[in-house]
Design a protein around this ligand. Structure first.
Ligand SMILES: CCCCCCCCCCCCC/C=C/C(=O)SCCNC(=O)CCNC(=O)[C@H](O)C(C)(C)COP(=O)(O)OP(=O)(O)OC[C@H]1O[C@@H](n2cnc3c(N)ncnc32)[C@H](O)[C@@H]1OP(=O)(O)O
Length: 304
């Protein structure tokens, strides 16, 4: 792809602050979109994400819901870098949660370019979003979104290829899957309509709904949103390791290894390493790993 990118003149662009508001309805719709209560409508661990049970004042927010905060803010260009948006894939998501998540809020998002890498066949872009509660000014969470722009590599025409990062390497790097037996394994079916349901949470990219667009992007059918797969995996960890207590999740990394087709079965394997849960999600029908990463927890006891 042609590009006027000049590595010598590169400086990270400045982006305006953007608002993001959500309601309890958005929180519940998101939870349904990542499979909460799909198999059991009265699931004791999950009903609280979609309904005020037992006199609860408000429903609870799944930690992966925070990944939505950044989506509307990431429509920016990097000057001089051209890419075909139809070939964009979500590469990774890293999330840090600093405060309990309100059931409804208005946020201010501060976005910055955290990384830009010329990988030859692709460009990899990392965008950081810090989300502040508008009323209190408190920093609620941070998302680091990595996008893989197929066909946009080679833009720097320099040797070594251009690579900019303002992040420590350990923040968003991939994980090594342990060799031993997993501590827990959780199997979950996605629905054939999973992406159509999940998109209502705000990611309307037709790659996930339109068969023609999916074909142009190289897939036989519309694929599942990476963040939907991540939502399934983290929900499995909350169920199996946190005894249903989502407030224990402190930080999440997910690297998308392969696409998922809606209707496929997700099998999430989990290993414990101190207060870190290493996980890997496979698609059962194709025996392929589609996602791997870790989740760091508050107060994980050895008895789990
Ligand atoms: C200026 C632009 C700004 C953009 C702003 C737009 C903002 C939009 C933000 C919203 C984003 C959400 C949109 C959502 C889309 C989706 O949900 S798509 C579905 C979910 N994602 C997937 O299904 C992708 C699954 N993964 C894959 O298909 C493959 O892993 C891959 C991404 C195609 C890469 O595979 P491959 O081409 O074989 O790469 P490699 O040869 O192994 O590696 C090449 C280098 O790239 C690095 N890399 C590889 N994978 C990833 C990854 N997942 N994330 C980040 N980086 C990756 C890899 O390390 C290699 O680098 P080097 O080691 O330095 O060579």
């Amino acid at each position: 792809m042609s590009s006027d990118f000049d590595p010598d003149r590169f400086s990270p662009p400045k982006y305006p602050e953007t608002p993001y508001a959500y309601s309890e309805r958005d929180v519940a719709l998101y939870a349904l979109g990542v499979g909460a209560c799909a198999r059991d409508a009265v699931d004791a661990d999950e009903l609280k994400y979609v309904y005020h049970e037992n006199g609860q004042k408000s429903i609870q927010v799944l930690p992966t819901f925070t990944a939505l905060f950044s989506l509307g803010s990431l429509k920016f260009q990097v000057p001089g870098l051209e890419f075909d948006p139809r070939l964009l894939l979500h590469g990774q998501q890293y999330i840090e949660i600093y405060k309990p998540l309100p059931t409804s809020a208005t946020l201010n998002n501060r976005v910055s370019l955290a990384g830009l890498h010329d990988k030859g066949k692709a460009a990899v872009v990392e965008m950081e979003t810090k989300s502040y509660d508008k009323d209190s000014g408190a920093l609620l969470c941070m998302n680091l979104t990595t996008v893989f722009l197929r066909g946009a590599g080679g833009f720097s025409k320099s040797s070594p290829p251009f690579s900019y990062s303002n992040y420590p390497n350990d923040k968003g790097s991939s994980v090594k899957i342990p060799k031993g037996q997993p501590f827990a394994v959780f199997e979950d079916c996605t629905l054939p309509s999973q992406a159509l349901l999940y998109r209502l949470s705000g990611d309307y990219n037709p790659l996930h709904s339109d068969p023609m667009i999916a074909k142009l992007a190289g897939f036989t059918l519309p694929i599942l949103h990476g963040l939907c797969t991540l939502g399934f995996a983290v929900r499995a960890i909350i169920k199996c390791i946190c005894r249903g207590d989502s407030n224990r999740v402190k930080c999440i990394l997910g690297r998308f290894l392969l696409h998922v087709y809606p209707g496929e079965t997700l099998v999430t394997e989990m290993w414990l390493e101190g207060s870190r849960v290493i996980y890997q999600t496979k698609v059962k029908e194709r025996s392929r790993a589609v996602l791997s990463g870790y989740v760091d927890l508050h107060g994980l006891s050895s008895s789990v």
